[in-house]
Write a protein that binds this ligand. Structure first.
Ligand code: ZN
Length: 151
């Protein structure tokens, strides 16, 4: 089990050091800002939605390793997906990180996002991990620029 934990930590650090899609999209159709006051994490999510599909996604922001790596993984997992698929993924991710610690969760295709499954045992970190997803949802819901808060 500790090998698995090490692997997870390595992936989190890798995404933190080399965040994927860490860029502003100049031609974004949807954007939103998110803020987690508990930790000070800030993020802006940029989406290019075409025909109900997330054609491109980027993010910028400052925050802890969990928030940044979660955002990086979020962008990788929703890119090329339909808006409905991305929302379904958010619900699964949210269920995973907010479940009762020590309980199993139904893995239905979260893939790499599973590295954050241990976050449920750290209540202060759940908001760090879910900030990018709340911000994604806010941007999908408001093409004029939305705002997300984990509070
Ligand atoms: Zn944080």
């Amino acid at each position: 089990m500790s090998d698995l934990v090490d692997l997870y930590q390595e992936m989190v650090l890798d995404h933190n050091n080399r965040p994927r899609n860490f860029q502003k999209l100049e031609d974004a159709s949807n954007t939103a800002d998110g803020y987690n006051p508990l930790c000070g994490d800030q993020i802006t999510v940029y989406l290019k939605v075409e025909d109900g599909v997330i054609a491109d996604v980027g993010f910028q922001g400052v925050g802890c390793a969990i928030s940044k790596s979660s955002a990086s993984m979020m962008t990788q997992s929703v890119k090329g997906k339909s808006v409905e698929e991305a929302e379904a993924l958010f619900h699964e991710f949210h269920a995973m990180v907010t479940r009762e610690p020590g309980t199993e969760f139904e893995n239905s295709g979260l893939g790499e996002l599973e590295v954050l499954s241990g976050v449920c045992a750290f209540p202060n970190r759940i908001k760090c991990a879910s900030l990018a997803w709340h911000t994604l949802t806010a941007s999908l819901n408001d093409s004029q620029g939305g705002h997300a808060s984990t509070e």
